[in-house]
Design a protein around this ligand. Structure first.
Ligand code: PGA
Length: 250
């Protein structure tokens, strides 16, 4: 049985004080649940979120990191810095980073390897555009993204990687993939993992769905056979909605 994960991607929202309050407000739901509960906060919110999460089941993630330990990379944050603070997870390759900040399959791969080296759980995002879906190349595209992200990662390590399937057309648009559409692609990802590694490894790895998941549609999505949780943007900013989603994951 794969342990479900509910991860809130705050994106560029919340001040440190607002972030601490949000963590306080979701603690009860997180502590009552058996799934992993993660908040992916802006870098400046990490200290207050970590402080607020102390003694609870809430885990704290960054939304990006660099693949080098240190050096002349103005504006960047390294995995060593994150680990030192107590950050346990990191979102890598989010479509917004790929689109606006030139994140490539190659840097996603370097960062994924680095996160694993530092014992930080990488949540690696993949997903197709509307055009790719409409022209029928979504599955090939996603299989390629998964394979490139995991290039050179050994079977013993890859099990710690979490993959998030986020169709770009569903992110922040209010358009969710149907339960069946989302599950179908998560199944495609799992079969790519099986080809790359083996059935047992693919079976153990967690695959999340993301893209306009909310308190109304989460129950159906989370009940699908290949969906092991959610990466939630907008609805993760409201403690009540996020807590409801955590409740559905159990
Ligand atoms: P959304 O964002 O839930 O607001 O669509 C999801 C994400 O981008 O991770």
């Amino acid at each position: 049985m794969r342990k479900k994960m509910i991860a809130g991607n705050w994106k560029m929202n919340n001040t440190p004080a607002e972030g601490a309050k949000l963590v306080q407000d979701i603690k009860a739901a997180a502590d009552a649940a058996t799934c992993d509960v993660v908040v992916c906060t802006p870098f400046v919110c990490l200290p207050s979120a970590l402080e607020a999460a102390k003694g609870s089941h809430v885990q704290v993630a960054a939304q990006n990191m660099h693949y080098e330990d240190k050096g002349a990379f103005t504006g960047e944050i390294s995995s060593v810095m994150l680990k030192d603070m107590g950050v346990t997870h990191v979102v890598l390759g989010h479509s917004e980073r790929r689109e606006y900040f030139a994140e490539s399959d190659q840097t996603v791969n370097l960062k994924t390897k680095k996160a694993l080296m530092e014992n930080i759980v990488p949540i690696v995002c993949v997903g197709e555009s509307l055009e790719q879906r409409e022209t029928g190349i979504a599955f090939d595209w996603i299989r390629m993204q998964v394979k490139l992200a995991l290039l050179g990662i050994a079977k013993e390590d890859v099990k710690r990687v979490v993959i998030a399937y986020e169709p770009i057309w569903a992110i922040g648009t209010g358009k969710t993939a149907t339960d069946e559409q989302a599950n179908e692609v998560c199944g495609v990802i799992r079969s790519a993992l099986k080809e790359l590694y083996d059935a047992e490894t693919a079976d153990e790895m967690r695959i999340l769905y993301g893209g306009s998941m909310n308190a109304k549609n989460a129950q159906g999505l989370l009940a699908q056979s290949d969906i092991d949780g959610g990466l939630i943007g907008g609805a993760s900013l409201k403690a009540e909605d996020f807590s409801t989603i955590i409740g559905f994951a159990g």
